[in-house]
Design a protein around this ligand. Structure first.
Ligand code: GTP
Length: 158
């Protein structure tokens, strides 16, 4: 279990155990690989981030993860696995989010990318993301750092 503050100074708790905070979290976040690169999206307000969003009524969290990747990047998920869950103790609300690691097999142009400008494919993530204005606040706390470490050490290269 890891505890740290986010970009807005909210308390975040991250765990790689099986759904430690909620069996039915309201949000998902998907760290995506595509052809050996990272696949992200550019949110119109927040900037560049891995795709994700809210779980809709009637869908599982994994279905939400696959849908969000398609909506925000045009990517078709070939394989996906749960890696952990985090809790954000926000000023107004509390958020519980599942983190997934996904392999995207193909990208197809979409009519709309909803609240984003569509896919962003990167060979490497910048080392100084925390200082970069073009990146979203959700990429700027230790959730990303620990998840990338987990992927590197525990999951086969994709
Ligand atoms: P919409 O309802 O989609 O307009 O978004 P919202 O920002 O109003 O609500 P959401 O439920 O997505 O998030 C509520 C608050 O929780 C945000 O303002 C953030 O402070 C926090 N939050 C949501 N997701 C994350 C995240 O991935 N990381 C961190 N650190 N905070 C988050």
């Amino acid at each position: 279990m890891y505890q740290f503050k986010d970009y807005y100074n909210n308390q975040v708790t991250l765990s790689f155990k099986d759904h430690p905070f909620s069996k039915t979290p309201g949000h998902v976040w998907v760290i995506c690989r595509y052809k050996g690169k990272w696949l992200l999206t550019k949110h119109k307000g927040r900037g560049i981030e891995f795709p994700g969003g809210k779980v809709e009524k009637g869908e599982t969290t994994k279905e939400a993860a696959i849908r969000e990747v398609k909506e925000e990047t045009g990517g078709d998920v070939g394989s996906i696995c749960y890696i952990g869950q985090y809790h954000v103790d926000g000023k107004r609300e509390k958020v519980v989010k599942n983190v997934y690691y996904a392999q995207v097999d193909s990208l197809s142009p979409q009519q709309t990318y909803y609240e984003t400008d569509g896919p962003v494919v990167l060979s490497a993530l910048p080392a100084d993301i925390k200082e970069k204005l073009s990146y979203s606040f959700i990429m700027k706390d230790d959730v990303l750092v620990h998840c990338l470490e987990y992927i590197k050490n525990r999951l086969p290269a994709k």
